[in-house]
Ligand binder design. Structure first.
Ligand code: HEC
Length: 162
């Protein structure tokens, strides 16, 4: 009974709103929180009233720990690896990516001796043609990006040995 009353009230309110609110196409409809759709964008170097120093680009807070060494982030293969390989092979290549953690047969660590001894060409071939449980990435990743990923794996391996 209460629910029916409530629904009746909702219905009355909706009918009233339907007649009450103008549907003049020359005017914009009411928008709740328009900034959610069109955020106010600042250019990196433009002034910004939201920060005490008036700048848009802010330094990381004191004591912030970089999650990856800079040379890893700026490596041309980083984006390729993070997009296509990291889901299985993990951020550092240890074979602990989210896909592997959720039941996909985990790949061997790219930091293990076996992977260290693969030649760049062999890694390129594995990415191009796949190997056992690993599918080919020839369609998604163009050859130049495959080489960039190979080079990025070498960077990860170098970091692991340091
Ligand atoms: C869907 C999960 C998955 C993705 C994504 C993936 N791999 Fe693999 N990868 C595997 C699995 C599983 C193996 C082990 C295959 C086997 O048993 O021989 C493997 C093996 C490898 C090996 C051989 C390692 C060794 O020691 O034999 C290399 C190198 C490799 N992957 C590179 C890559 C690169 C580069 C990418 C991105 C372009 C990538 N993989 C994307 C699952 C994946």
């Amino acid at each position: 009974m209460k629910l029916n009353l409530f629904l009746l009230m909702v219905l009355v309110a909706l009918v009233a709103a339907n007649f009450g609110l103008s549907d003049n196409p020359a005017h914009r409809n009411f928008e709740a929180m328009p900034e959610m759709v069109r955020t106010i964008a600042y250019k990196s170097f433009s002034a910004n009233p939201d920060f005490p120093d008036g700048k848009t680009l802010q330094l990381p807070p004191e004591g912030a720990i970089p999650r990856q060494p800079d040379h890893v982030v700026t490596h041309p293969g980083a984006l390729v690896y993070q997009t296509y390989c990291q889901p299985c092979h993990g951020g550092a290549g240890k074979g602990d990516g989210p896909v592997a953690l959720r039941g996909f047969p985990p790949p061997p660590s790219l930091l293990a001796e076996h992977a260290m001894k693969l030649s760049g060409n062999q890694i390129f071939q594995i990415v191009s043609h796949g190997q056992k449980n690993m599918p080919s990435y020839a369609v998604q990743v163009p050859p130049q990006d495959r080489w960039a990923a190979v080079s990025y794996i070498r960077t990860l391996q170098g970091d692991a040995q340091r």
